[in-house]
Design a protein around this ligand. Structure first.
Ligand code: ATP
Length: 238
């Protein structure tokens, strides 16, 4: 089976500092794969490079059977890779509906866009109720829902989520994680970056632990969740 996303020996640098030092991993259609690890491990940098926002230093990225490196970011979206960035980056003065429309900026199928907008409102009813309000009036958790919804509006083959639980209350975090599980159940392929290792590994098919630019451990979500070193380092156990 060929992978939907195939990353090989990827290295990424900021000037002379190498933030990602040769990582290799794959994501198959229908899977949820997670990258976990502490601050500065290189997770966000990896997603930014996959999205075409920062060039790689070396290595290869194949998506849907074709090389992805050297391709402008909007073409990467057009190929089916969507990114819900860390910190959300919604447009606070635009309405919720307008923010969602921006996620569909490359699409011309009006009927499909309407259908997918409704799907986002079904997934997150609060966004539907408040569709005509400025997005800046949403709470942090609701803004996270909007960022995820906006990424879904490009109808991606692969959805990349960068720290969706960051800064959220436990209840809101649960809601976001439940939604990710729901997306998985309906066949969405997801690459999930999380610092909340417990939540991420609980729903991931595969996980990779990153430390200072390298993948130091890989396994199924369940394996990593029960791994003693992971439990000590990331799940706060003695
Ligand atoms: P976090 O959870 O804090 O986002 P992360 O695992 O996603 O952590 P990155 O944000 O990818 O880690 O950072 C990896 C390394 O690259 C860090 O040492 C960071 O300081 C450095 N770095 C990130 N962005 C830049 C930048 N724009 N310029 C220089 N160095 C950067």
């Amino acid at each position: 089976m060929t992978a939907l996303l195939e990353v090989k020996n990827l290295r990424i640098a900021y000037g002379k500092i190498e933030a990602v030092k040769g990582i290799t991993f794959t994501v198959h259609t229908g899977q949820v794969v997670t990258l976990i690890g502490t601050n500065g491990a290189g997770k966000t940098t990896t997603l930014r490079t996959l999205s075409g926002l920062h060039p790689p230093l070396a290595g290869t990225i194949h998506f849907d059977g074709r090389p992805l490196t050297g391709i402008p970011a909007h073409d990467i979206v057009a190929r089916g890779l969507a990114h819900s960035p860390e910190g959300r980056h919604i447009f606070p003065r635009l309405t919720i509906a307008e923010n969602l429309q921006l996620g569909a900026f490359l699409r011309k199928d009006t009927a499909g866009i309407t259908k997918d907008t409704q799907r986002v409102y079904d997934l997150f009813p609060i966004l539907g109720e408040r569709r005509n309000q400025a997005a800046g009036t949403l709470s942090g958790g609701e803004q996270q829902m909007l960022a995820m919804g906006r990424a879904l509006m490009s109808r991606p083959k692969l959805l990349m989520l960068d720290e969706p639980s960051m800064g959220l209350s436990p209840i809101m975090m649960r809601k976001i994680m439940d939604t990710i599980a729901e997306l998985k159940a309906t066949g969405t392929t997801i690459l999930l970056v999380e610092q909340n290792a417990q939540a991420a590994l609980s729903l991931a098919d595969h996980g990779h632990v990153m430390e200072v630019g390298k993948i130091v451990l890989s396994g199924t979500g369940a394996d990593l969740l029960h791994d003693e070193s992971v439990r000590k380092a990331y799940l706060g156990e003695d």
